[in-house]
Design a protein around this ligand. Structure first.
Ligand SMILES: Nc1ncnc2c1ncn2[C@@H]1O[C@H](COP(=O)(O)OP(=O)(O)OP(=O)(O)O)[C@@H](O)[C@H]1O
Ligand SMILES: [Mg+2]
Length: 410
C-alpha cells in the first residue's frame, strides 16, 4: 500500500471497496461523518486519491449502497482475504490429509519391515503391500503366472493385511474371484468358496446334525470350517443369499466377530488369525442399476453393506487386457492382442449404451482368443465363445463390431 492509496489516508472502520487494478481501478471509500449517525462516502478512479463524488448518507442508504457495490464487483480487503482463505480451505484440507496419509504409510512400512526382519517368511509382497503368509495346505489355489496385478488391487491387499471384510462388486468376468484367489495363491492361504446362487442352504453354510452309523454327529458348514482352520472364504454372488445366511454373516462381520452355533448348544467359534472373509456380487450397491441383468439378485441393505469395504471392479483397460492376453497366450502378437482387447472394449461400450444386452467378460475374451489360436479362424472361434451364448440381436451387433476391427470372409 503506498501513501497515495486512499485507504492510508482514511482509517474508517468500513474502509475501502475497490474493483479493477491500475488505471481501471475504481474505489468507494466510507468513513464516519462529523454528523452523528451519518456516513461519508467518496468515490474515485485510478490509483490516486482524486475524489469525484463526495456525499453524506444515513445508515439505511449506506447499507443499500454496500449491497449495490458488492453486486457490481466492489470488494473490501477483508472480503478479498476471506475469499482467498475460502478458496484455499479445500487445498489446505487436501494438503493436510496428504501429510497425515504419508505418516500413516510410513508407519505401515516400518511395521511391515520390522515383521519381515523378525520373521522373514511372514509376509509376501503384493504390489506395494506386505500380506501375511500362511502355511501350505491342499486348499491353496494354483498360482496363475499370467495374472496381472494392477493398481486396483493395492487397497484391497492392504485390507487383507489389516483383516478387513472385503466385498468386490462388478460385472461377470471382471476378475473379482481370480484376484482374491491369486493373492491367496501367492500368500499360501487355503480358499473355500460358497456360491449363494441357488445351491447353498443355511445348513451347508453353518452346519447340520447328521446320523452316521447310528450316531448323531455335527457337521460343520463352510463358514465354521474356514473360521476354525484359518482359510479364506469367498462368498460368491452374495446378493442371491437367503436372509438367514445374511443374518449369520452380520455377526461375523464385526472385527474379530465370532460365530454362535445355536444349533450346537450355542457353541462359540472364534476366528483363526488367518481367517478372511470375502464376498463378490454382480448387482449390489453401486451395481444395483444392472439388477435386471442378474435376475433374482436381492438388494443388500445399507447397514449390511456398511460392514464391508466394497470395491467396484471394472473391466481391465484395453492396455491391461492386451497384457493379460499376451501373458496367457504367448503365441499371440501384440497387434493381435490389442485388436481383440479393442473389440472387447467396444462391446462393453455398446453394453453401457444398452445397445447390447450381454456383458463381454475377460473370461470370454481369453476363451475366444484361445479358440482363435486353435482354429485360425475368427468367426469359427466366436461361435462357441460368444455367439452361441447371446441373443440373435446381440450376436449380429458383436459380429459387426468384430468386422469393424478385423476383415474376414463373410
Ligand atoms: N488381472 C488379471 N490378470 C489375468 N487374468 C485376469 C485378470 N483379471 C481377470 N482375469 C481373467 O478373467 C477371468 C474371469 O475372472 P473372474 O472369474 O475372477 O471374474 P469374476 O469377476 O469373479 O466373474 P463372476 O462375476 O462371473 O464370478 C479369469 O479366468 C481370469 O483369469
Ligand atoms: Mg467370480
Amino acid at each position: 500500500m503506498n501513501a497515495s492509496d486512499p485507504a492510508v489516508q482514511n482509517e474508517s472502520p468500513l474502509g475501502l471497496l475497490t474493483r479493477g487494478a491500475g488505471h481501471a481501478r475504481e474505489w468507494w471509500r466510507v468513513s464516519a461523518s462529523e454528523r452523528a449517525h451519518m456516513y461519508r462516502i467518496e468515490h474515485g478512479h485510478g490509483e490516486h486519491d482524486e475524489v469525484d463524488i463526495d456525499t453524506v448518507v444515513d445508515l439505511d442508504n449506506l447499507e443499500a449502497k454496500l449491497l449495490k457495490w458488492r453486486r457490481e464487483g466492489f470488494v473490501s480487503e477483508a472480503q478479498r482475504a476471506d475469499e482467498v482463505r475460502a478458496a484455499q480451505a479445500g487445498n489446505v484440507f487436501a494438503h493436510t490429509l496428504q501429510q497425515a496419509a504419508a505418516m500413516a504409510r510410513e508407519a505401515r512400512t516400518a511395521e511391515a519391515a520390522l515383521r519381515a526382519r523378525t520373521n522373514p517368511v511372514a509376509t509376501v509382497r503384493i504390489g506395494g503391500v506386505e500380506v501375511p503368509r500362511g502355511e501350505a495346505n491342499a486348499l491353496v489355489p494354483r498360482v496363475n503366472d499370467a495374472y496381472l496385478f494392477t493398481a486396483r488391487g493395492e487397497d484391497i491387499a492392504q485390507d487383507i493385511a489389516e483383516n478387513r471384510r472385503v466385498m468386490l462388486i462388478g460385472h461377470t468376468g471382471s476378475g473379482k474371484t481370480s484376484f482374491i484367489e491369486q493373492v491367496a495363491a501367492r500368500a499360501n492361504h487355503g480358499v473355500l468358496r460358497a456360491n449363494m446362487n441357488g445351491q447353498t442352504t443355511i445348513g451347508d453354510f453353518v452346519g447340520f446334525w447328521s446320523v452316521k452309523g447310528g450316531e448323531t454327529i455335527w457337521v460343520d458348514g463352510v463358514l465354521p470350517v474356514a473360521m476354525r482352520e484359518g482359510y479364506w472364504l469367498i462368498i460368491d454372488e452374495l446378493d442371491f443369499a437367503e436372509p438367514s445366511i445374511l443374518a449369520v454373516l452380520t455377526a461375523v462381520l464385526e472385527p474379530n466377530g465370532r460365530l454362535l452355533l445355536k444349533e450346537r448348544g450355542n457353541e462359540i467359534v472364534e476366528p483363526h488369525p488367518s481367517f478372511r472373509l470375502f464376498a463378490t456380487a454382480n448387482a449390489a450397491g453401486a451395481m444395483s442399476a444392472y439388477r435386471h441383468l442378474y435376475q433374482g439378485a436381492n438388494l443388500l441393505n445399507e447397514a449390511f453393506l456398511d460392514r464391508w469395504r466394497v470395491y467396484l471392479f471394472d473391466y481391465l483397460s484395453a492396455e491391461e487386457e492386451t497384457e493379460v492376453l499376451l501373458r496367457m497366450l504367448p503365441q499371440l502378437t501384440r497387434p493381435l492382442a490389442h485388436t481383440l482387447a479393442a473389440i472387447a472394449a467396444d462391446c462393453r461400450a455398446a453394453f453401457v449404451r444398452e445397445d447390447l444386452a450381454s456383458a463381454f467378460s475377460t473370461r470370454r475374451l481369453i476363451d475366444w482368443a484361445e479358440l482363435m489360436l486353435r482354429t485360425g479362424d475368427v468367426e469359427r472361434a466366436a461361435g462357441p465363445a460368444i455367439y452361441a451364448k447371446v441373443g440373435a440381436d446381440d450376436a449380429a451387433l458383436i459380429r459387426s463390431i468384430i468386422r469393424h476391427h478385423v476383415i474376414f470372409d463373410a
